[in-house]
Design a protein around this ligand. Structure first.
Ligand code: GLU
Length: 378
């Protein structure tokens, strides 16, 4: 049963996002392990060469880990500035390693660095999508990582598991393969006897009682099982099944052979970018809505107009994500705002028609357009 499910999901996938973690690419002593990179590349290259081969987008961590030794750092630093310095040195080394390794198969690689902001701003989102599509069309292998050097603490994806789930959604992948140093999701600590691996997760109910732990095993990456399960939740909710397994079993996973844990899709595929807004954006401010506006936005599928806004907080500019709150302070939605924070106060409570007459047609726009908001309650 599981074998069949797995085969069907994998073999029918035309576009696959494969994510590999730092600990699967580095040596115990730290630094990139060329043999492990080659082994992964062998598995990926094999999939790409067959007839009707699926397209692959690789999301790879390892920048920080690869930059430690060259900078004389013994372990992953705690502060963001040194992590960023390590990522800056390591990202080049990582991509150089992949470039050399894929060249053995005549495959070009293209580096794509994304920030959480790229995930929620429409123009950035579209550009990222276009670049990834173009690389795939031209037969190149996109290698995605978080743009660690520019992301600040507040706007970081933080872990590449989540980034991979969002990239899978962005490129409309049919499958997400998460490669880790553990060969699947266990119902307890995999190192302890008595824990067993879950072959299939059909939905949140199957995860009840599963201890996902907190930290990454090898200490060089940021993900543990928590981030993998969260990534699986995001992807499956967006209609993308997930296989979680060990990097050493990548070839089996990509051939649809039984390995790891298969998470079945729980939601339907949607082509919109709002998943990014919900999961990747950090709100830059809040707008408080009166009851009528809450009802219109939450239940009526309507845009938010100035007349329904009673309060503004935060420093944001047009295009930023903001949370929409009810009068009781609870978050009801998140959206991309069309005005700067300083422009809004004088518009509050006023009808768009009045505003247009007084201030010009540019003020006739919604505060948040319905296409740019995601309802979080109700
Ligand atoms: N972007 C980080 C890196 O390449 C890793 C984030 C993670 O471990 O998930 O080192």
């Amino acid at each position: 049963m599981v074998d069949q499910l797995l085969r069907e999901e994998v073999v029918s996938a035309r576009r696959i996002v494969v994510k590999v973690g730092s600990s699967s690419l580095t040596t115990a002593a730290g630094g990139l392990d060329a043999d492990r990179v080659d082994a992964l590349v062998d598995a990926l290259a094999k999939v790409r060469t067959g007839k009707d081969a699926p397209e692959i987008v690789l999301v790879s961590s390892g920048a920080i880990a690869a930059g430690l030794a060259p900078l004389g750092l013994e372990k992953r630093p705690k502060d963001l500035a040194r992590q960023q310095a390590a990522a800056s040195v390591g990202q080049g080394l990582l991509v150089a390693r992949y470039t050399a390794s894929f060249a053995r198969y005549g495959v070009r690689v293209g580096q794509v660095l994304l920030t959480a902001e790229d995930a929620s701003r429409r123009a950035h989102y579209r550009n990222a999508f276009r670049t990834l599509e173009q690389l795939l069309t031209m037969g190149a292998m996109p290698i995605v990582n978080e743009n660690d050097t520019v992301a600040t603490a507040e706007i970081r994806f933080g872990d590449n598991d989540r980034l991979a789930a969002l990239v899978a959604h962005l490129v409309r992948a049919d499958l997400l393969v998460l490669l880790s140093d553990v060969d699947g999701l266990y119902d307890g600590d995999p190192a302890k006897p008595g824990s067993s691996r879950l072959d299939v997760v059909r939905g949140p109910a199957d995860l009840l009682g599963v201890e996902v732990g907190s930290a990454g095993k090898a200490g060089v990456g940021t993900g543990g099982m928590v981030t993998k399960v969260e990534a699986a939740r995001i992807a499956t909710g967006a209609g993308i099944p997930v296989v979680l397994t060990a990097a050493s079993q990548a070839a089996d996973a990509l051939a649809g052979r039984r390995t790891g844990t298969l998470f079945l899709r729980t939601g339907s595929r949607s082509a919109d970018r709002l998943l990014w807004l919900e999961h990747a954006s950090t709100p830059r401010g809040t707008l408080t809505l009166d009851d009528g506006a809450v009802a219109a936005v939450v239940h009526g599928g309507k845009s938010l107009l100035p007349a329904g806004v009673t309060g503004v907080e935060g420093e944001f500019v047009a295009g930023d994500p903001v949370d929409l709150l009810g009068e009781n302070g609870h978050i009801v939605a998140r959206g991309l705002v069309n005005f700067d924070a300083r422009e809004l106060p004088r518009l509050l409570g006023r009808s768009t028609r009045d505003l247009a007459q007084e201030l010009g047609a540019a003020y006739e726009r919604e505060v948040v357009h319905r296409d740019d908001l995601v309802v979080l309650c109700g």
